[in-house]
Design a protein around this ligand. Structure first.
Ligand code: NA7
Length: 574
């Protein structure tokens, strides 16, 4: 008998483009989902498509000077891939990217990833219970094989996140500027900043990192601020080689430190959800004191007034920095608060008939955050588009699943962003939940069937009513400020409404009654219609006092043991 398939092929058909799971995006979300497939027994039959040329998602895109994370490095890492070697308390972009590249290598993710590849459109095929996803080849040689192809998968995962597509400001004349223009997330390092006149539009978390760096080298810098931000001290410092060694060889200490970081950050939740809490007041005072200390005296009174926000703290992302305010004391830096009227061929005009000339215009104007999945077109059961489902604002059950979108999940989707803690904690919880959904679809396939699983619209509606009611009491809802957390209608589509721990608890089981499940092979994968798994416990479980008491007791027991052995030896000797 002749072998019908004499050439070895990969499970995740490289040439046939057939896989159990298609993951869109090789950032932290896509990587974590893929790694959990491997770790949780869902196999390696997955393809990851990535528009960029490297893993890392936002950490591969944000290459601007000064780019770093505003969450401590030991908390901004995967719980199952701790990194004792972080060199600073707050990690820089390149160090985070290095970490993610190492993790991708460790789990051999590169062989699954197709870089320079863009998802154009995904359509659910109800006849076969599969997704057909149209992929464009962006690389020049690759596209000689054909500009597009289709991947067929049983499950589709979006890991594109919320900070993926740059938002260019809608300002008259932007196209007419003849100098160099750069969006912050598309930095051109070949452009020499020395002796240049630079304008930067925006003063959010990104601009606050760029401004101190470029001010040091450019001729002059004008910062266009529309709304001031709450800024608090950062207190970043290197982590010494000795401390790194302790974290490496005494992992308990590192875990303890991470738990302490987690506890501290979780306590910040009250700043946003209880304006009467002492921690809310403390945050406002810390910010005001920071401003007064960094720009002191009468000389800077006018500057301080311009930089002082007049809305609830937490409504916009609080900025954590020590070098932002002092930059405005530099001779070569100007804070421009008059509204921009127009961008001209050689600069920016502001109200009051004034004009600033520039060589470079930096657009630190954020991302298209409320148009989740943009610009990918997705059509679910009966051809219904996600745009149609989200006509009045994006929403998803637990931020992951969407009615009429079978066998589909998102990470870092609607209402899962945090104002107070590390997003990686949320992503890990989502990845485990999504892997439980994938497991059920795979189990049906192994039985020779196929399933179609989507959340019940009533469940999703009730869930959204609940979280929106909670969010309406938060500082995110303050009508005196706009932020990337809300859509144009003012609906908070981006942020989670509670603590990380509450999200972890809520997403550590699936109640299958909450889903419409159709098709053959609906294998019971859990007890009482529910599948559960342990959440990743990050917070402190046992107090330091108890640990010290435990250590004292243990030390006492050891000492007593040694003493009695010594006494015994003495007895034997005599
Ligand atoms: P953000 O936080 O969305 O900030 C965008 C900034 O750009 C903000 O200061 C805006 O002013 C300003 N902006 C946007 N459009 C305009 C126009 N048309 N005119 C003037 N100013 C404008 O983006 P970032 O990149 O800083 O940060 C995003 C997240 O990335 C951050 O929170 C971290 O989680 C990482 P506004 O405040 O709206 O008046």
């Amino acid at each position: 008998m002749t072998d019908p398939n004499p050439y070895p092929t990969s499970d995740y058909g490289r040439n046939t483009n057939r896989a159990d799971v298609l993951i869109v995006g090789a950032g932290i979300s896509g990587m974590t989902t893929a790694i959990d497939m491997i770790r949780k027994g869902n196999g390696r039959n997955f393809i990851i498509v990535e528009r960029g040329n490297q893993v890392g998602g936002t950490w591969n895109d944000q290459r601007y000077p000064g780019c770093c994370c505003d969450v401590w490095s030991h908390l901004y890492s995967l719980s199952f891939e701790p990194n004792p070697n972080w060199t600073r308390e707050y990690p820089g972009q390149e160090e985070i990217l290095d970490y993610l590249i190492d993790v991708a290598h460790k789990y051999q993710l590169y062989k699954h990833i197709r870089f320079n590849t863009s998802v154009e459109e995904a359509r659910w095929d109800g006849a076969t219970n599969t997704w057909k996803t149209r992929i464009a080849r962006l690389g020049s040689k690759d596209s000689e094989f054909g500009k597009e192809y289709t991947v067929t998968s049983d499950f589709l995962v979006s890991g594109v996140g919320q900070l993926n597509v740059p938002k260019y400001p809608d300002i008259k004349g932007l196209e007419s500027f003849q100098g160099k223009t750069m969006h912050s997330s598309r930095w051109d390092w070949d452009y020499d900043l020395r002796d240049k006149k630079i304008g930067i539009i925006g003063n959010g978390a990104t601009a606050a990192q760029i401004i101190p760096e470029i001010a040091k080298v450019c001729k002059n810098l004008t910062v266009f601020q529309r709304t001031p931000n709450w800024v608090v001290p950062r207190d970043d410092k290197p982590i010494s080689p000795v401390t790194q060694a302790i974290y490496k060889y005494v992992p308990f200490v590192r875990r303890r430190y991470r738990a302490a970081c987690m506890d501290f950050r979780e306590s910040f939740f009250e700043i946003i959800f209880d304006v009467n809490s002492p921690v809310h007041d403390a945050m406002m005072s810390a910010s005001k004191d920071h401003l007064a200390a960094q720009l002191p005296g009468e000389k800077y009174a006018e500057l301080r007034e311009k930089l002082q926000p007049h809305y609830e703290v937490g409504c916009k992302r609080v900025i954590i920095t020590d070098d932002y305010f002092p930059t405005f004391a530099r001779e070569n830096v100007v804070l421009e608060t008059s509204p921009i009227t127009e961008i001209t061929s050689n600069g920016v005009a502001v109200e009051g008939d004034r004009h600033h000339d520039f060589d470079l215009l930096v657009l630190a104007t954020g991302f298209k955050t409320t148009q989740f999945m943009y610009p990918i077109k997705i059509y679910g059961s009966n051809g219904r588009s996600i745009e149609d489902i989200w006509a009045s604002g994006a929403s998803a059950y637990l931020g992951m699943t969407v009615p009429s979108m079978p066998n589909f999940s998102m990470l870092y989707g609607p209402n899962t962003n945090l104002g107070h803690n590390s997003i990686i904690l949320m992503i890990e919880a989502q990845s485990m939940y999504i892997n439980a959904l994938i497991k059920k679809v795979k189990a049906a396939k192994q039985q020779g069937g196929s399933l179609c699983i989507e959340p019940k619209p009533r469940v999703v509606q009730e869930y959204n009513n609940e979280i929106q009611a909670q969010l309406s009491k938060s500082t995110f809802a303050d009508p005196n400020c706009n932020s990337w957390y809300k859509n144009e209608a003012g609906l908070i589509t981006n942020n989670w409404s509670d603590t990380v721990v509450s999200y972890q608890k809520r997403t550590s089981s699936i109640n299958w009654d909450e889903f419409d499940i159709q098709g053959e092979g609906n294998v019971d994968v859990g007890a009482k219609g529910k599948t559960s798994w342990p959440r990743v416990v990050e917070e402190t479980q046992v107090s330091n006092t108890m640990i010290l008491a435990g250590l004292a007791t243990a030390a006492g027991a050891v000492a007593a043991g040694m003493l009695s052995r010594g006494t015994l030896r003495e007895v034997v000797r005599h």
